[in-house]
Design a protein around this ligand. Structure first.
Ligand code: ATP
Ligand code: MG
Length: 238
């Protein structure tokens, strides 16, 4: 796919609203949110519990669809796309990283990383690419045969990042990627993400509660009650 319509945004939201209909009444999780993410941006999304952060991230990753408003990826309106098209968009452009790592328990580290690659190509590929991304995440061969339960939290998250990277997406979406890690391990994970942003130009959008973690981003979007309350651009540092 070539550049977007206006050549600026890789992801754009226009008046995006997400309502969850519940028996007790509708929950407005996002209320007319408009924003633009540029290629190479590193954005933190902050805000109180229930303010809509995960909802926003899930919409960015096409895990969910807006109730109203428009969502664009590289200038293409997502509205009206079929499930197959959305699945392909997600698979080819987006890598997800979750707080709970979400690795498949029965598969080894290597098999977990291999999985999205096989899904993408519809065949069992050789594992060179998976080994390469595991290596880039500092996970040596001896750990490749470990199941998730046989890895530390930090190692599991590095496997999960390798899995997110295996199809070489331009966008990484991370929901509390360090939420289950101690400070030291969390810092190591953030340094990996920072490196992916700096060196490979990956666009990263990350939800976090932790101001220390948000400092790795160049921009912070604050949500309150499903609305953007503030967008803060970091001043040059480091
Ligand atoms: N599947 C769902 N069905 C109904 N309501 C939902 C659903 N998912 C989220 N909500 C509601 O939408 C609002 C926003 O939820 P969301 O998960 O986006 O918040 P969050 O900012 O990620 O919170 P946290 O920091 O606790 O993870 C909340 O009021 C939540 O209860
Ligand atoms: Mg959340």
């Amino acid at each position: 796919m070539s550049g977007s319509v206006n050549g600026v945004y890789i992801i754009e939201f226009k008046d995006v609203t997400k309502v969850y209909p519940l028996p007790a009444g509708d929950v407005v999780a996002l209320d007319k949110v408009s924003l633009g993410i540029r290629p190479g941006d590193f954005v933190a999304i902050m805000g109180p519990s229930g303010s809509g952060k995960s909802t926003l991230l899930n919409l960015m990753g096409f895990l969910d669809t807006p109730s109203s408003g428009d969502l664009f990826i590289r200038g293409r309106n997502v509205r009206g796309m079929t499930d197959e098209e959305l699945t392909a968009l997600r698979r080819d452009h987006i890598g997800f990283i979750f707080q709970q790592f979400n690795l498949i328990p029965l598969l080894t580290a290597l098999e977990n990383v291999q999985y999205p690659l096989n899904l993408k190509t519809g065949k069992r590929n050789n594992s060179d690419r998976s080994r390469e991304v595991l290596k880039a995440m500092d996970l040596g061969e001896s750990l490749h045969t470990h199941k998730p339960s046989e890895l530390s939290g930090g190692q599991q998250q590095r496997v999960a990042i390798a899995r997110a990277l295996v199809n070489n997406p331009e966008i990484l979406l991370a929901d509390e990627p360090t939420g289950n890690l101690d400070t030291r391990t969390g810092t190591a994970i953030m340094e990996l993400l920072e490196d992916l942003n700096h060196r490979e130009g990956k666009t990263i959008i990350m939800v976090t509660h932790d101001p220390g973690i948000a400092r790795y981003a160049h921009k912070t979007i604050r949500l309150v009650d499903g609305r953007i309350s503030e967008i803060e651009e970091a001043t040059e540092e480091a």
